[in-house]
Design a protein around this ligand. Structure first.
Ligand SMILES: [Mg+2]
Length: 396
């Protein structure tokens, strides 16, 4: 079997990758929803993969893996990798988890990423109300995540929150020292959320990036009695093209609160320092940014050898991405906690994708299915009408 074409269509804002072969089989991958600009980047790799046997996934990855980078520039390589596994699974007639070593669990835990409600503000009561809605959500989540500190509108909404200037723009650009008032506000919000969730539902906190080391340590120590699941991306994180492992280590060693990072990081090599220095307690690579699902599996295994846990990022990964998460999560060692689950957004995604029920999460878990490949695929007849004019030939 040989690859004859690589196509990319932006569907509902989400770049979807299709790898086509001379034997009538095709494979799908997906990149994060807000990354419509990736289409030409995906197509850049076409000349490197056409003519290759897609079932030799690693040999194709050796051609393209080095030509990528930290978030968002690892996304195209990652989506292609996932499409190759989909193809390899379909060709072998087995679910992708079989090709990644086989499953060690029949259901995988997820944490709430995609089920979001509009928040009135960023007061402790607003946070308490928001997690109450998540708690009541029919998915039965056992872990939910909220954004606080620099990863929230607190900075704008709370007078004198930090000593730094507040800059606008995307990708969480702010950093600097917090005022005592700012720090106390974050802690009050965490306490308010815990008073709703109790010890029934775990609370994870996405915090930055942008915290100074002293503030990060103060926050981590202050919330120690609350047993939060983790503090994410305090130092570096979203769209930061480096990891600062030594700085993380300084925070991690001073607290019993688990420290988490990794969603923007591309390739196993860039986790080496974080893992070998025990710089954090939990890693959160995103399969759609890190270089794909085999890459994620390798990182999970190596982290496990170092007593480090894994909770992959995935809020914007879409339903095809969700399937990729399920396939790899089924194969991870016991250091696996849960992946951040995307949902079909807009809800017409459930109409155009075959293999996903709505809702597909029960008691905070997803049952691992046994269909070949990713087991979740686009339905051309139903998806056609959502294609942009320039993508009309996507299913040809
Ligand atoms: Mg995050």
């Amino acid at each position: 079997m040989k690859i004859t074409d690589l196509k990319c269509a932006v569907i509902g804002g989400s770049p979807v990758v299709r790898v086509i072969t001379d034997e009538g089989l095709d494979g799908y991958g997906q990149a994060e929803t807000p990354k419509a600009y990736l289409k030409p980047h995906v197509l850049f790799y076409k000349d490197y993969i056409v003519g290759a046997d897609p079932t030799n996934v690693e040999s194709i990855m050796l051609r393209i893996r080095r030509a990528g980078s930290f978030k968002p520039w690892g996304s195209a390589v990652s989506a292609i990798e996932i499409a190759l596994w989909d193809l390899a699974g379909k060709a072998a007639g087995v679910p992708v988890y079989k090709l990644l070593g086989g499953k060690v669990r029949d259901q995988v835990r997820v944490y709430n990423g995609g089920v979001r409600f509009a928040m009135k503000g960023t007061s402790p009561q607003d946070y308490a109300d928001d997690v109450a809605k998540m708690k009541a959500s029919p998915e039965g989540f056992t872990i939910v995540k909220e954004g606080v500190g620099f990863h929230s509108a607190m900075l704008r909404n709370t007078p004198s929150f930090s000593y730094g200037d507040v800059v606008g723009g995307s990708f969480h650009p702010n950093r600097g020292p917090l005022t005592e008032r700012g720090l106390k506000h974050v802690i009050a919000c965490v306490e308010a959320m815990k008073s709703v969730l109790g010890d029934e539902i775990g609370l994870a906190l996405d915090c930055g990036p942008g915290w100074t080391v002293p503030d990060a340590i103060r926050l981590a120590k202050a919330v120690e009695p609350l047993n939060v699941m983790w503090l994410e991306d305090l130092i570096t994180g979203d769209y930061v093209p480096y990891t600062l492992a030594d700085v993380y280590r300084e925070v991690t060693l001073k607290t019993t609160t688990p420290i988490h990072t990794g969603e923007q990081v591309y390739l196993r090599q860039n986790f080496k320092e974080l893992i070998e220095k025990h710089a954090v307690n939990i890693l959160g690579p995103d399969p759609e940014d890190v270089g794909g699902i085999a890459e994620l599996k390798w990182i999970a295994e190596y982290a496990d050898l170092h007593g480090i846990l894994i909770a992959p990022h995935g809020i914007f990964d879409g339903l095809i991405g969700m399937a990729a998460h399920v396939m790899v999560a089924a194969t991870m060692p016991a250091n696996y906690i849960a992946f951040e689950c995307p949902i079909g957004n807009p809800s017409w995604w459930y109409d155009i994708v075959d293999g996903v029920a709505n809702p597909f999460i029960k008691n905070g878990m997803i049952q691992v299915w046994d269909r070949p490949g990713l087991g979740v695929t686009l339905n051309p007849g139903k998806a056609e009408k959502y294609l942009r004019e320039e993508d009309k030939g996507f299913f040809d």
